[in-house]
Design a protein around this ligand. Structure first.
Ligand code: AMP
Length: 172
């Protein structure tokens, strides 16, 4: 894990002043770090019968795809409005300024699925909560929530449902 940490790039004042952005492109471009990420993420869910990994646009697509591949599960994208081509359901959620909307294909998840929801970074948790509510409305057997990085000081974990297992590889 120290190796992964050493590859994370802190970008100060991005995308706005006061934010320290955890840039994972420097992890993903490193072959050894990418391999470790795939292995460590998948170890969390090896024996859980996961059938779908849901990745949140856009940085959640990278780790989410790797995790799905490692687990032998399918991959499902959650996207910004108007990007998914077929019939969708959507959820809106509050951001610091204004609201945002995310969408998922209506036929993406079934009641037989065991789902891992994945994003790269847990900050305030608003995005993941909206994605959770979308997937929950499709009644899968079980939902897990996963991040590569958790920014503990922002308290995102408290926003997520208390009865859901939330895992992150690295906590700050
Ligand atoms: P949240 O506040 O948890 O809804 O985060 C919104 C989105 O922005 C998520 O997809 C996070 O991955 C991303 N994000 C928020 N804060 C940071 C940060 N400091 N570094 C990197 N990504 C971030």
């Amino acid at each position: 894990m120290e190796y992964i940490k050493s590859k994370i790039r802190d970008v100060v004042d991005f995308p706005q002043k006061g934010v320290v952005f955890k840039d994972l492109t420097t992890v993903f471009k490193d072959p050894r770090a990418l391999h470790i990420i795939g292995w460590d993420l998948s170890q969390l869910y090896r024996d859980k019968g996961v059938t779908k990994v849901v990745g949140i646009e856009s940085r959640g697509f990278i780790g989410g795809s790797i995790l799905a591949f490692e687990l032998g599960a399918g991959f499902v994208p959650v996207r910004k409005p108007g990007k998914l081509p077929a019939d969708t359901i959507s959820a809106s959620y509050k951001k610091e300024y204004g609201t945002d909307v995310i969408e998922i294909h209506r036929d993406a998840i079934t009641e037989d699925d065991i789902v891992v929801l994945h994003d790269d970074v847990l900050a305030t948790g608003g995005t993941m909560l909206a994605a959770y509510n979308l997937v929950k409305s499709m009644n899968p057997k079980k939902i897990y929530i996963n991040f590569i990085i958790e920014l503990s000081a922002l308290g995102g974990r408290q926003l997520l449902p208390a009865d859901v297992e939330v895992s992150s590889l690295i906590k700050y």
